[in-house]
Design a protein around this ligand. Structure first.
Ligand SMILES: Cc1cc2nc3c(=O)[nH]c(=O)nc-3n(C[C@H](O)[C@H](O)[C@H](O)COP(=O)(O)OP(=O)(O)OC[C@H]3O[C@@H](n4cnc5c(N)ncnc54)[C@H](O)[C@@H]3O)c2cc1C
Length: 399
């Protein structure tokens, strides 16, 4: 086949790019190795955050004031874009825009939240620091000494958001091919050629959107893979969840080995933490999740985990997302470092604008050369072993 733009990867990055290109009448083809949302986009916690994990002052210190400010502004508005797309395309993904709570486990965590609060207030963000009592009322847990509430944020059912973007892109005219791993890509005669097992696609431009799930297309690692696992209970009874997150916020904490919790629409309590449930560490993480749930919500006694899964985060050395130049008329989007629902939607849209000839200076992130991270395999081992050790000791030592 021949097309204008070929995209490799059917997660939020690739699908947002495809949607925004197709809406402007650009011919676009997406190949996805597995099913839509197979990567991080179908496995994440569902927290639609404003901004990155890295606090905004640090983003500006790392990128320089102008570039950092541009990225901070674009990503502060990322939830607006996500919830607008959901509304516009009627995406059935349990959207709840009631904010998020970043919960402090101890005084060190609270000090970090106070620093974040000051940086956000400087930028007129409507965040609020909640005291211990209010945090207990809002979460239903007495484990925290405060929380930073961000009303710009919200939660979604992540896989359904990916499906919805794919449907919207197809409705706008994009062609999406699941179960079609790209085996290679080459630039010849001013054209990109992406080859799959059964054919190839020639295109003027290429967008690589494989992030942490790259199937050997990139020879050197540019990010560290970090696993995060989640455990969902059966839908809890009204009585069991009477005091848990009555306003429906999504939560994560300030612990060194971070964890998350939220309720879904059916009333399942979903607990998450660093680690993988697809390797030998599974039982350690399952045991940790039970201890974590009982510590957070001792009133929930009669439950079982109905689902458990994990996914892989692409962590860059500076924890900032990248648009990398990978050849003539070709870019790669990656490195969301655990904050990708909003950022990948925004960068996918930016990639579409790039393909349509936008001034690179107008993009939220500068297009840079990809930087290899040769220590990635060692760091991945460190994070994953560290998570296992922390989850083994964690609650036993009272953290
Ligand atoms: C467990 C977990 C929890 C997270 N929690 C949050 C959260 O709460 N909030 C938040 O904002 N972010 C979160 N993130 C991050 C977020 O999910 C990701 O940053 C985001 O989904 C990245 O989207 P993507 O499209 O770039 O990559 P992906 O969704 O990973 O998509 C890449 C796709 O490329 C495909 N692919 C790979 N190689 C090939 C090939 N050769 N040919 C064709 N296709 C290929 C893969 O199959 C995959 O579907 C989390 C991530 C994980 C893993």
């Amino acid at each position: 086949m021949t097309t204008d733009v070929v995209i490799i990867g059917g997660g939020y990055s690739g699908l947002s790019a495809a949607l925004h290109l197709a809406q402007q009448g650009v011919d676009v083809q997406v190949v996805e190795a597995h099913s839509i949302g197979f990567g991080g986009s179908g496995r994440n916690v569902g927290l639609v955050n404003a901004g990155l994990w890295v606090p905004p002052d640090q983003v500006e210190a790392q990128l320089g004031h102008h570039a950092g400010h541009t990225l901070n502004q674009a990503l502060a508005a990322a939830p607006d874009l996500v919830f607008q797309l959901i509304e516009q395309h009627q995406i059935d993904c349990q959207p709840v825009r009631n904010g998020t709570l970043h919960c402090a486990n101890n005084s060190v965590g609270l000090a970090d939240l106070k620093r974040r609060l000051a940086q956000q207030q400087k930028r007129h963000a409507p965040v609020q620091l909640l005291d211990a009592n209010t945090t207990e009322t809002r979460t239903g847990s007495g484990q925290f000494i405060g929380a930073l509430f961000d009303p710009r944020a919200g939660t979604i059912q992540p896989l359904n958001y990916a499906f919805g973007l794919a449907h919207a892109a197809v409705a706008a005219g994009a062609h999406i091919y699941p179960q079609s791993p790209a085996l290679s890509y080459h630039h010849d005669d001013n054209q990109w050629r992406v080859t799959t097992a059964t054919g190839s696609i020639n295109a003027n431009q290429l967008i690589l959107a494989t992030n942490a799930y790259d199937l050997n297309l990139t020879a050197t690692p540019h990010h560290t893979p970090v696993h995060f696992c989640q455990f969902a209970t059966q839908p809890l009874s009204t009585q069991q969840r009477a005091h848990i997150l009555p306003q429906g916020e999504g939560c994560w904490d300030t612990a060194q080995v971070m964890s998350s919790f939220r309720l879904d629409n059916a009333g399942r309590l979903i607990i998450g933490g660093v680690g993988c449930v697809e390797d030998a560490g599974k039982q350690t993480h399952v045991n940790w999740a039970h201890r974590q749930l009982r510590a957070l919500f001792p009133q929930v006694t009669d439950y079982q985990f109905q689902y458990a899964w994990s996914g892989c985060i692409a962590m860059t050395p500076d924890h900032l997302p990248k648009i990398a130049h990978i050849g003539p008329q070709a870019i790669s989007l990656y490195g969301y470092s655990g904050r990708g629902i909003g950022p990948a939607t925004v960068l996918g849209k930016a990639a579409a604008q790039w393909a349509m000839g936008a001034d690179p200076a107008s993009l939220p992130v500068a297009i840079t050369l990809p930087k290899a991270d040769h220590f990635a395999p060692i760091k991945a081992h460190y994070y994953n072993t560290g998570a296992r050790v922390a989850h083994w000791f964690g609650r036993r030592l009272g953290r």
